[in-house]
Ligand binder design. Structure first.
Ligand SMILES: C[S@@+](CC[C@H](N)C(=O)[O-])C[C@H]1O[C@@H](n2cnc3c(N)ncnc32)[C@H](O)[C@@H]1O
Length: 342
C-alpha cells in the first residue's frame, strides 16, 4: 500500500489529469475487490485537499477473466458507495466504476489512455499450462505426479515453466506500456520464490503437498493415476532475478521500487515467528485458503467428488509440514514507471 500511495500521488502530481483512469487487473469478486479502488480515491481526495488542487474525475476499471462473478461486484456497488461516503476525503472525489472482462495478457484499453495500473495476487497465473507438459504418443507426461515444479521434476519442466512465465510477463508489460499515458505507472504484487533452489521453492513445497495428497488418493484407487499425471498448474512463482531480467531485457519500464515480503500460509496467522503456534489449526486454515483458489481447477479436471477428501488430506499434510518448517509465501512487489524514451 505505501508503494501504491506513492504511485497515485506521483501520477497525480506530475500529470494533473482532469480525468484520471485507473485499473485493477485480476480484481476477483469478494471482500477485497473494492479495496484498491477505495484507497486510490481516498489518496486523491486527501492530496487535492492538502495541495489545494482541483479534484479529477476518476474512471476506475475492475478487470478479471470473463468467468469472474462480475454480477456480484455490480450488486455490491452500494456497499462501495457507503465506504467511500464514510471517508471525508474520498467522498469528495467524483468516480465511476466499470467491470472489464478479459485477460490481462491481451490488450484491454485504447493506446495511451490509462494513468495507473494495479494488480495483486494475480500475475503468478500464467496464460496457459506450458506446452510440452502433456503426454506425447507413447511417452508419459514429463512432470509425473508433480503438479508444478517439484523435487522430482525433470530439468525440462523447469525450463518450460520459466519460458512460459517469461513470454507471458513480457507480453503483459508490452500491453500495459501501450495502454499507459506518458508518465503512467503501475504497482504489481504477486507470488515469487525466495529460496535459491528452484526445485524446492516455497510454492513448490505447497503445491507438492497437494500432489502428495492426490497421490495418496491414487494409491487407494480414489483418483486415476492418468488424471494426476496429466494435471499441471498454469502457475509460476519467479525469483526476483527472473523478474528483473525480463524487465531489464525488454526495457519499456523503469523500476522505481522492487521488494519482497513474506506472508504466512495460514491467513489467520499474523505472527512473524518461524514456528507454527498451532500447526493443526494452521493446516486447516491454509487448506481453506488454497481450496478457494484451486477448487474450480481440481473439480473440472478430477470431478467434484474428490474435493472434500483431497483438502482434508491436504490440511493434515500442511500441518505436518509446518511442524518441520514454517514455509511462507514470498510476495514480490514492483513499482514501475513507463519509460519516456526507449
Ligand atoms: C487470488 S485472486 C486476486 C484477487 C485480488 N486482486 C486480491 O489481491 O485479493 C487472482 C485473480 O486473478 C484473476 N486472473 C488470473 N489470470 C488472469 C488473467 N489472465 N487476466 C485477468 N485476470 C486473471 C483470477 O481470475 C482471480 O480472480
Amino acid at each position: 500500500m505505501p508503494m501504491m500511495e506513492e504511485a497515485v500521488r506521483e501520477v497525480y502530481k506530475n500529470l494533473l489529469p482532469e480525468k484520471m483512469v485507473a485499473a485493477d487487473l485480476g480484481c476477483s469478486s469478494g471482500p477485497n475487490t473494492f479495496l484498491v479502488l477505495t484507497e486510490v480515491v481516498k489518496i486523491i481526495g486527501k492530496q487535492c485537499r492538502q495541495m489545494g488542487l482541483q479534484l479529477p474525475e476518476m474512471q476506475f476499471f475492475l478487470n478479471d477473466l470473463p468467468g469472474n462473478d462480475f454480477n456480484n461486484i455490480f450488486q455490491s456497488l452500494d456497499s462501495l458507495k457507503e465506504s467511500v461516503r464514510s471517508d471525508k476525503d474520498a467522498a469528495t472525489v467524483p468516480h465511476f466504476v466499470a467491470g472489464l472482462p478479459g485477460s490481462f495478457y491481451d490488450r484491454l484499453f485504447p493506446s495511451h489512455s490509462v494513468h495507473l495500473f494495479h494488480s495483486s495476487n494475480s500475475l503468478h497465473w500464467l496464460s496457459q499450462v506450458p506446452e510440452g507438459l502433456e503426454s506425447k504418443g507413447k511417452y508419459a507426461p514429463p512432470n509425473k505426479v508433480n503438479i508444478y515444479i517439484g523435487k522430482t521434476s525433470a530439468n525440462i519442466v523447469v525450463k518450460l515453466y520459466q519460458d512460459q512465465f517469461m513470454r507471458d510477463f513480457l507480453l503483459f508489460l508490452k500491453q500495459r506500456f501501450n495502454e499507459l499515458v506518458l508518465g503512467g505507472q503501475m504497482v504489481l504484487a504477486f507470488l515469487g520464490r525466495k529460496k535459491k533452489d528452484i526445485y524446492n521453492g516455497e510454492l513448490s513445497s505447497l503445491w507438492g503437498l497437494v500432489s502428495d495428497s492426490l497421490n495418496s488418493m491414487v494409491l487407494e484407487g480414489l483418483v486415476e493415476e492418468e488424471k494426476l499425471v496429466s494435471f499441471n498448474l498454469p502457475f509460476h512463482a519467479p525469483s526476483m532475478d527472473e523478474v528483473n531480467a525480463v524487465i531489464k531485457a525488454q526495457g519499456l519500464f523503469d523500476i522505481i521500487n522492487f521488494q519482497m515480503f513474506e506472508l504466512n500460509w495460514d491467513p489467520n496467522d499474523d505472527s512473524e515467528d518461524d514456528f507454527a503456534f498451532d500447526s493443526i489449526q494452521s493446516g486447516e486454515n491454509s487448506a481453506l485458503c488454497i481450496r478457494s483458489v484451486l477448487e474450480p481447477m481440481i473439480a473440472s479436471h478430477f470431478g467434484t467428488a474428490i474435493v472434500d477428501e483431497l483438502f482434508s488430506r491436504f490440511a493434515v499434510n500442511v500441518a505436518k509440514h509446518l511442524v518441520k518448517e514454517k514455509t511462507k509465501f514470498p510476495i514480490i512487489v514492483l513499482y514501475l514507471k513507463k519509460k519516456e524514451q526507449i
